[in-house]
Design a protein around this ligand. Sequence first.
Ligand SMILES: Cc1ncc(C[n+]2csc(CCOP(=O)(O)OP(=O)(O)O)c2C)c(N)n1
Length: 206
Amino acid sequence: MADLVNHPATRDQAKVMNRFDITKRMLDLLRQDEAVVGGIGYTNFDLWAACGGRRRQNFYMLGSMGLAVPIALGVAIAQPRRKVFALEGDGSVLMQLGALSTVAARRQSNLCIVIMDNGAYQITGGQKTMTEQGADIVGIARASGLAQSAWAANEDAFVELVGLSLREAGPWLIGCRIDNQKPVDTTERDPSRIRDGFMRGLGVRG
Ligand SMILES: Cc1ncc(C[n+]2csc(CCOP(=O)(O)OP(=O)(O)O)c2C)c(N)n1
């Protein structure tokens, strides 16, 4: 198990997986109370699809890139007994790299970041991101102080890493290479409903 983190796969070795499939596998591992923040882009579309829009502990970022990790960090600080996941696209995390070192400096033990790396800004037309030209998000995360960062070599390794992040103190970062399949559904477009549902799901609004 420790090999997944101490001797992780490289980005090149990591299997190209499907975003909906691994998002579903992740949700299947959750008990109920974990918060999941989906970043803008197709990441939050497949998060919505994977639970049929029914999971109230999910938050879907619609407006600006790079905010899944900062929002998830805020939730993790506010509710330290709750496990919090940030799901973010590669284009979006590249826009907000400082968030990784902030998470590392805080040693935010209840936070796990999952990066969906398709090498593209897929939702806006598939323009290439810098991960297609050598930027390695897991390498960047490690150099930012997130020692427990690893590429998921395949679906089984992904499930193991998520399980590890649920059992053991973080912060964690899991890099996932994903294909360019379209998402399975479209997230509801009403930010106030998303916010209200999330606040109820986290027990901070009656
Ligand atoms: C600050 C900012 N710049 C640009 C946009 C327009 N925009 C929205 S999503 C997106 C691409 C997101 O790419 P990525 O995070 O890799 O996710 P993917 O679309 O591949 O799922 C862009 C450019 C935005 N919403 N915010």
